[in-house]
Design a protein around this ligand. Sequence first.
Ligand SMILES: *[C@@H]1O[C@H](CO)[C@@H](O)[C@H](O)[C@H]1NC(C)=O
Ligand SMILES: *[C@@H]1O[C@H](CO)[C@@H](O)[C@H](O)[C@H]1NC(C)=O
Ligand SMILES: *[C@@H]1O[C@H](CO)[C@@H](O)[C@H](O)[C@H]1NC(C)=O
Ligand SMILES: *[C@@H]1O[C@H](CO)[C@@H](O)[C@H](O)[C@H]1NC(C)=O
Ligand SMILES: *[C@@H]1O[C@H](CO)[C@@H](O)[C@H](O)[C@H]1NC(C)=O
Length: 831
Amino acid sequence: MHFSLDVMVLIFIFILYTSFFKIWNPLLGEAKIFMVLMEEDPLVYNKTQEAHLRFDSTFTHHFKSIDEYMIYKERMSSEHDKFLGSLLQTGSYNKLYSFTRLLNGFAVNIMSEEVLNTIQNSKEVRAVHEDIKMEKFTTHTPDFLGIPSGVWPTLGGATNSGEGIVIGFIDTGINPNHPSFTSQPYQGTNSGMHANSRKFKGKCATGEGFPSTACNGKIVGAQYFAQAAIAAGDFNTTRDYASPFDADGHGSHTASTAAGNHQIPVISNGFDYGYASGMAPGARIAVYKALYSFGGYMSDVVAAVDQAVEDGVDILSLSIGPSSVPSGPAAFLNVLEIQLLLATKAGVLVVQAAGNGGPSSSSILSFSPWITSAAASITDRKYNNTIKLGNGQSFSGTGLAPPTAGEVLFPIAAAADVCRSNTTASFMAIDSCQHKELFIPSLVQGKIIICTYTFDFEFEAASIATVADTVHEIGAAGFIITMDPDIGSEQLKGTTMTVRVPGIVLNNMEASSALWEYYNSKTIRSRTGGAIAFTATARILDGRQAIYTGQAPVVASYSSRGPDVNNALLQTADVLKPNIMAPGSSIWAAWSPNSEGDHYIKGQDFALVSGTSMATPHVAGVAALIKQKHPHWSPAAITSAMMTTADVADGSGAPILAQQTNQLAPATPFDYGAGSINPSRAIDPGLVFNTYFRHYIQFLCAVPGVDDESVRRAVGVGCPTKRKDWCSDLNTASLTVSNLVGSRKVIRRVTNVGGHKETYKLTVREPLGVKVSVSPQVFTISANASMHLRIVLEATEATNAYTFGEMVLRGSRKHVVSVPIAVYASSSLGS
Ligand SMILES: *[C@@H]1O[C@H](CO)[C@@H](O)[C@H](O)[C@H]1NC(C)=O
Ligand SMILES: *[C@@H]1O[C@H](CO)[C@@H](O)[C@H](O)[C@H]1NC(C)=O
Ligand SMILES: *[C@@H]1O[C@H](CO)[C@@H](O)[C@H](O)[C@H]1NC(C)=O
Ligand SMILES: *[C@@H]1O[C@H](CO)[C@@H](O)[C@H](O)[C@H]1NC(C)=O
Ligand SMILES: *[C@@H]1O[C@H](CO)[C@@H](O)[C@H](O)[C@H]1NC(C)=O
């Protein structure tokens, strides 16, 4: 169904009006940031061929020299200044950036609605978007993914794997002093072939914490983008560093996960947790700092992406996204999505975190089919701590903590029973064990202290690190943190940080109650209730030893779920999201000791953290390995390779499960996309589903509620006269139909990248209530040839729910190409 233009205009005006009415108060001198796109096309449109978009020989073919290009950029920028100067009074605005590469436009900070109206009404302006806030979606994993045995050997060993590939990180910067990023000489094994890193033109901005030596060959470029954060008043130079230095930790973590050096010992709080390694240890890192401990602004991110593509990165890793679905006729048309489409057009593969809004459905925050959206899994590595009680009971919990000394039992004492009773401190202050001065020294020595995870922990006024410090300073033997029934044990904060003293977090209510029951039954009290003898005992085991066990991978509860949405009304789209799943839970990787965003991990060089943010660089690193092997593949071909070869069975061969609210359920493509990434198969997929820029335009033109004018405003080109009817016609390695009425024909085009002629046999597992017919069922395809598959989906009943299936192509040379199917049948042919 298409909205009429009138309706769209009305909705748009209404949204703008209400938001300004409520929020903008010029009397208070409030300023707002807008991204303005100009009518004139940016540089990227003057190229006809998709491949001719990089800053290489074909690029300079367009401009005679880099100098000439720089002159062009300056001209664009000064034209933006001239435009603003001719329209507006000096002082009523402040231009933050000019976008010249992928977009022709600028970010501007303006002081009143009047100024905004003047800009919006100008004929030279194509579109105006208000800036929105962006969020961070906050090693053993190469082995878990089978990379050391399955992929690295084919690429010349670990240190050569990723060689020649530059991954750009739009993140919080990088800690250049970290061993994961020490200098790497160029190995030169593939010299001349596809060593893009030599063509990479990124600059290295120096500044506090970031000397010129920081760009050392491993880190090949580093810049930072903070104009919008500064204009918004959020940027603090002391805390955030006006340089590419990572004061947060998140950016160092993601960069080292994708491309960190091989075999780096992970030492935290004096304990060796094993080795960490990037997925592509030979890849180079280009840093675009646009996020801070408080998050970031879209203008800064857009400026960073513009620069990264201009510099010539091969892959962009974005462990960030908007905090909600952007407004407007389609989520696909917001400035960042469109810019990333243009980046894809320029040959850059974009990997983005799916979001941490799971497990509710349609919680996805990465929308567009040209982006590879990463879901997060739990791996088979677990850290599990155990407490053994004097009565023989034992309970497991978490806590990366050493064991209590020897195999002896220690008396246990509740904080309230060993604190001064004559203080004015609240129960909460006592139970949370944050204040060493409240404890009575003679009563605590050699005891394990029971503390409670109070609301202070929820609001970060209390931390487990402080509990550990308190216990250390009062001379206690260790700590137990029990759960408060009013809070529950769902989202505990800071439980994956390492500590130096024995301790355990009893992260479930039953264990916590059992411990209290035991303690109360064994503690002898006076008539007034004071404890006079502590006879309950316990010992805590070593919580730092990883165990490799259990079903894995499992979709992590927080990982955002499909179905994908067209817009903020959450109308579902004919696009499969997420695309692929990679490890995201409890990932060890590099950190920054400043750790401004997470006080629990301050002072540490490594951190164990979780999120789709952590899954994203795993995918980016694997993409680098594929790109190294197949330098001429399009971004869509690389995504297809990862998707069609992904695993839908776990390590034990059973279907992968997903954490839902309080239970595990069989995972669907809306949980993990095509499945769990399998690098050794992805490097040789047999067939790929390829897609180019013009196909994405056809896709946009088929989105319900999107008219030609919205597409033209966003992308600069209108819809083709011969339009596709459905978004499901986009040639992706998945089949999603959000509203099947009767039947629908879908065409897919496969290309043989297996290097040899191969015969494929096709089988289909039909979604419930849907008949799927595909022709041909058997075909032989020559090397490099392409052919069409004609697929007809027919609703045999109105399921009024999504049902899932799979199309599998099995090749005579052992390639297996799997395509997930998701269909929502609204009515069958007969009804
Ligand atoms: C792009 O092409 C148009 C028309 O072909 C031309 O007017 C414009 O100056 C070109 N822009 C650049 C940056 O070369
Ligand atoms: C900036 O951060 C520093 C260090 O965290 C802090 O001491 C200072 O108060 C902050 N300045 C402002 C203006 O917030
Ligand atoms: C933790 O380890 C103990 C002993 O190895 C085991 O019995 C228990 O099931 C484990 N708990 C979890 C949650 O894995
Ligand atoms: C509180 O009691 C402790 C001993 O338990 C004593 O040393 C201290 O002086 C008392 N403080 C006050 C304010 O009475
Ligand atoms: C297929 O294409 C690749 C890359 O362009 C080329 O190296 C190879 O020779 C081609 N193979 C055949 C059989 O045409």
